[in-house]
Ligand binder design. Structure first.
Ligand code: GCB
Length: 632
């Protein structure tokens, strides 16, 4: 009898709250603490985040979108496979279908780590590719478009279970459109186009964020250094949000490099925001440079009636980076930076890389001896922190990658670009490693009014959000493009240099001997801008004659030749090899190699397995011989 009653109660609980979410026999308590740990994998964060780790469930949407309702009610794990986050569901699947994308579903059953009624909760996704819809206990709680940047969704109070098991269901659609970043498209031979693999899934970590009435909704720590020997000022600005239904008096205090900073107190109306700002002076700053990446620790505490409700820590660096008379200057010195482009990719996990892999990528870039890393999209927050600590500058780009002019023209595309630029700046501006905001890569090489308008607006927007960093764009380097007035708003022009590798339209870059004159021509076009070579590279996957494209020997020679031409231009502010390591691009990629190994991009100095190609050692030697940070 007792057993029967218990069963009945359990059954109704199942219907009501779906407590038997993972396996009909597992006890709810066993699910409770499943993989939820306080803290973030990165250091510069508020202290109210909990990693939503442990077991997740995943299934591909084989039957189409109509499954939504059924998924919400499902009480068993039929059709679901166990997974963990980050996850790229198609890692290792090199098929055309995998590149084109599909819909996948994730499910996480969890109990709140703190059941107190006054707490509000957010869920934070660090990066999901590409279109995301999220439900909590069957209630839709929000959507997002675009990968590589974090987004938070509030868990509605009326849907959230304080004590029971909650179910988070996430629909991820990575089918690309020509208006997406990066866009879909077809190559001449009808294969899906794209500059890197279209990994579907929750590609970075997911957090729960506990809000004890007040949350930090944004935090800016912006050092300004008027000259290398000057005192610095540091602007600190925090916006807090009162989630409570009544006003609260909020106090903020903090420190910068051990120096106390008082922000004072403010009354914050119910469900509203308040901003606290202070500017402090650092009389004799220890400057951040790639050679001496000195960091200042900043800490902030938000309190209600003397009780701390949330803290935040971050690491700042004092340095200046600006364009003066056509040269990029770091702390007042003209630089000739060297570096590499890279992708977050891994042989086994795809772009859902682990902390160990992130550390390895940064260690490899350091070992090579450059001072810059570049990617086509905002990198993981931990890579930013490793770069801050180890002294690498980041060319920070949004994935406005090879968008066709007819799409760039569309309002929704411009709006998304503006949003991604803003979100990238907000997410990553506190890192001293970020050297510049890049607004895109390889838009039409002959910009017209559409691109001109995009450049003008994006540059204006970036400057308004962050007046302390230059704005740049990477462009395909073709002599026939000539000079364009549309680059006028930019501080930095990045040239992708494939002279002597790709033929280019009408064979205009087939001969590498054209490189030197081309660079001089660009300099003459833009004497006041800083110019860098944002890419140069050649595929290599075998030994063979130096004249034969695709051999290690060709790559070595290519590296030496291009480096020598770049080094002969005293006005050139940098040159970045593409790329550090091999990565997956797209089905039938050849990258200019007559004997390609599709879908692997093989211009890397490192093979996908991490082993070094001969050109690695040339790059290491030449980078070491280059006074990258300028003369004192
Ligand atoms: C480029 C792109 C980069 C490609 C590279 C190549 O210009 O910016 O994403 O991987 O060329 O190898 O063709």
């Amino acid at each position: 009898m007792l057993a029967l009653t218990t069963m009945r109660i359990l059954r109704s609980l199942t219907l009501l709250t779906a407590v038997l979410a993972v396996g009909a026999t597992s006890a709810p308590t066993a699910l409770a603490a499943d993989g939820i740990t306080r803290g973030t994998t990165y250091a510069d964060a508020p202290d109210n985040r909990y990693l939503l780790g442990g077991d997740w469930l995943f299934r591909l949407d084989s039957a189409g979108a109509g499954l939504t309702q059924r998924f919400q009610r499902q009480t068993d794990t039929d059709g679901w496979a166990k997974t963990s986050i980050p996850n790229a569901w198609n890692a290792g699947d090199n098929s055309v279908a995998s590149m084109l994308g599909t819909v996948g579903w994730y499910r996480k059953d969890f109990r709140l780590p703190d059941g107190r009624a006054r707490m509000d909760w957010l869920v934070r996704f660090e990066s999901v590719n590409y279109r995301t819809s999220v439900w909590l206990n069957g209630k839709p709680i929000g959507r997002n478009t675009g990968a590589y940047l974090p987004f938070d969704l509030r868990l509605p109070r009326d849907a959230l279970k304080r004590r029971g098991v909650n179910r988070l269901v996430v629909r991820v659609d990575n089918r690309r459109l020509p208006t997406d970043f990066p866009p879909s498209g077809l190559t001449g031979s009808g294969d899906p186009a794209g500059g890197w693999w279209n990994y579907g899934g929750i590609l970075r970590e997911v957090y729960l964020q506990r809000v004890d009435r007040i949350d930090i909704s944004s935090l800016l720590v912006r050092p300004e250094l008027p000259c290398a020997t000057c005192a610095a000022t540091v602007l600190m600005r925090m916006t807090v949000r009162n989630y409570a239904d009544r006003p609260n008096s909020v106090s903020v205090s903090g420190s910068f490099g051990g120096k106390r900073v008082r922000f004072g107190s403010k009354g914050v109306p119910a469900r509203s925001f308040a901003t606290f700002s202070r500017r402090i002076r650092v009389a004799k700053p220890r400057l951040w440079t790639p050679a001496t990446p000195h960091l200042y620790r900043a800490r902030f505490t938000v309190s209600l009636r003397g009780q701390k409700v949330v803290g935040h820590e971050l690491h700042s660096g004092i340095r200046s980076i600006e364009v003066v008379d056509g040269r990029l200057q770091l702390n007042g010195r003209a630089v000739a930076l060297r570096g590499v482009g890279l992708h977050e990719d891994d042989l086994v996990t795809g772009s859902a890389i682990t902390a160990a892999r992130r550390a390895q990528i940064v260690a490899q870039a350091k070992e090579l001896g450059g001072t810059v890393i570049r990617a086509h999209y905002p990198l993981h927050p931990e890579i930013h922190e490793l770069a801050d600590r180890q002294g690498l500058l980041i060319w920070s780009e949004i994935p406005v990658y090879a968008i066709k002019t007819r799409y760039l023209k569309r309002l929704e595309v411009r709006k998304l670009a503006a949003r991604e630029l803003e979100e990238n700046i907000i997410a990553n501006q506190n890192h001293p490693s970020v050297m510049l905001w890049s607004i895109g890569n390889e838009l039409s090489a002959r910009p017209g009014p559409v691109q001109g308008n995009y450049i003008a607006r994006a540059t204006r927007q970036a400057k308004a959000l962050d007046p302390t960093r230059p704005v740049g764009l990477a462009v395909a380097g073709y002599p026939a493009a000539g000079c364009t007035p549309h680059y006028a708003p930019l501080d930095v022009v990045g040239l992708n240099d494939y002279f002597g590798w790709y033929p280019g339209p009408n064979g205009q870059i087939a001969d590498r001997d054209g490189l030197s004159d081309f660079l001089d021509g660009i300099r003459a076009c833009y004497p006041k801008k800083a110019i860098v070579v944002s890419e140069f590279g050649a595929e290599a996957n075998r030994d063979g004659p130096v004249e034969e494209r695709g051999t290690f020997q060709f790559q070595q020679d290519f590296f030496n030749y291009h480096h020598a031409v770049h080094a002969s231009k005293p006005w050139l502010s940098g040159s970045f090899y593409w790329a550090l390591q091999e990565f997956r691009v797209r089905p039938n990629w050849d990258g200019g190699n007559p004997r390609p190994n599709s879908p692997i991009h093989e211009k890397g100095l490192l093979r996908f397995d991490g082993s070094k190609k001969p050109a690695w050692f040339d790059a290491q030697r030449l980078f070491a011989a280059t006074p990258q940070l300028g003369a004192p």
